[in-house]
Design a protein. Structure first.
Length: 422
């Protein structure tokens, strides 16, 4: 295979420096002089970053290809600058046995544009109760175990799940939600909810289970990761656990960092689970990404059909899309405004998830060559009609952002190229 040279502004140790990377047989190799047969790409000052990693994506296949497929979801991810995604298990059939997992893996092998690593369920049927899956049988095929979309309600069942996950060396990745506290709610139980006659979801429904699980994980010696934290209490429980040296991490999503209940509109594109919380919660999340309590930003990309998201806040299904606009939104609203540096954003969206979940790829010598080229000067409006995802519901439609993916490379393969003259 020919050697592939890329001349760019490269992010090294959190700083952009002039230079190049060299790819040979899909891996980063030491710099050397190109030969006449090598390909040299000059990116004209654009920025080369390690490929983004999203540990929380719903690809909907098998089970609901009308909402998304592995093909459309990974094409959207590549357009967003992602080279690896971890797919959540709310599928049909749920990946709770080797046989059902293989249905998903066969589609991934056939259609995925980028690297996709699935989660296995915690419980059979991904019900959050009942019988646990065979952790040992699934462990070498999954990135971790999750019942995302459902909290595991029984303390005893979660404790045993954590013991089994610890034994096979995989994390428990938990959607934290206490069912008895939901009471039919669908947006945050706050000022907007009260003023507009909606049913609310209290913050305790999340943080009570976060508190419980952190205690259980310490007892089990399990690596524990909290999905999409949205409350100030959840952040504080994780902060305290990390201070004790426990193997606890968490993620939040762009919408919780950039929006709160004051931004709600009576449209389905503002409805997700957990819901947009208070301004105080939003500020706690921002402090969390700055002090390292929150180590990962994941999108919780959750596509539905246009009809399913057209029924307002009360009637629409939970979930929004975000994988094609996450980086430009965060670069524009956090980096350009001085909340975090570009290096810190890359750690949150690439380096930390790769480290915590032991994933391959990057731009260091020996890595599988996973990188993205961004034009940080490009300015445009987010237009859901341009998305490659089948999903269109985003609260960020019409926002003006900077940062466009120009090229995405996975293991040395170009999987997305922006057509500049289209």
């Amino acid at each position: 295979m020919k050697t592939f040279y890329v001349n760019a502004a490269v992010l090294r140790n959190g700083t952009l420096v002039g230079g190049r990377i060299v790819v040979e047989n899909g891996r980063i190799v030491p710099d050397c002089d190109p030969s006449g047969n090598d390909r040299v790409v000059d990116l004209k000052g654009r920025v080369l970053l390690p490929g983004l990693v999203d540990v929380h994506v719903h690809l909907r296949e098998p089970g609901a290809p009308r909402k998304e497929t592995v093909l459309t979801g990974t094409a959207a991810a590549a357009r967003g600058g992602y080279t690896t995604v971890c797919s959540m298990p709310n599928l049909n059939p749920a990946p709770d046995t080797v046989a059902t997992l293989e249905e998903q893996l066969s589609i991934i092998r056939r259609d995925a544009k980028i690297r996709v690593i699935p989660y296995g369920c915690i419980t059979m049927g991904q019900k959050g109760c009942g019988e646990l899956v065979d952790f040992e049988a699934l462990a070498d095929k999954v990135v971790g175990f999750s019942d995302d979309g459902r909290g595991v309600q029984s303390e005893e069942l979660m404790q045993e799940a954590m013991r089994r996950a610890a034994k096979v060396g995989r994390p428990i990745v938990a959607h934290c939600e206490v069912d008895e506290l939901l009471k039919g709610g669908y947006i945050h139980d706050g000022a907007y909810c009260a003023a507009h006659g909606h049913k609310g979801i209290c913050s305790e429904s999340e943080w009570r289970e976060v508190e419980r699980d952190i205690r259980l994980a310490a007892n089990a010696g399990c690596q524990y990761h909290v999905c999409h934290v949205s409350t100030k209490e959840s952040v504080e429980f994780v902060r305290e656990a990390k201070a004790r040296g426990e193997r606890v991490s968490c993620e939040t999503a762009p919408h919780y960092l950039l929006l709160n209940e004051n931004d709600l509109q009576e449209e389905g594109r503002f409805k997700m689970n957990p819901p947009l919380r208070s301004k105080e919660d939003q500020e706690a999340l921002l402090r969390g990404i700055k002090d390292g309590t929150i180590e990962v930003i994941a999108t919780d990309h959750a596509p539905h059909t246009v009809e399913e998201k057209s029924r307002g806040l009360a009637g629409s299904l939970m979930g929004i899309v975000g994988i094609e606009c996450a980086f430009p939104l965060l670069y524009t609203c956090l980096v350009k405004r001085g909340v975090v540096t570009l290096g810190e954003l890359v750690r949150l969206m690439s380096l930390n998830p790769r480290r915590l979940f032991r994933l391959e790829g990057g731009i260091e010598v020996g890595d599988k060559a996973d990188f993205v080229v961004m034009d940080l000067e490009a300015e445009y409006k987010i237009d859901p009609e341009e998305f490659l995802s089948k999903g269109r519901a985003t609260p960020f439609a019409g926002w003006t952002v900077n940062g466009r993916t120009m090229l995405t490379v996975v293991e040395g393969r170009e999987v997305y190229t922006y057509e500049e003259n289209k």
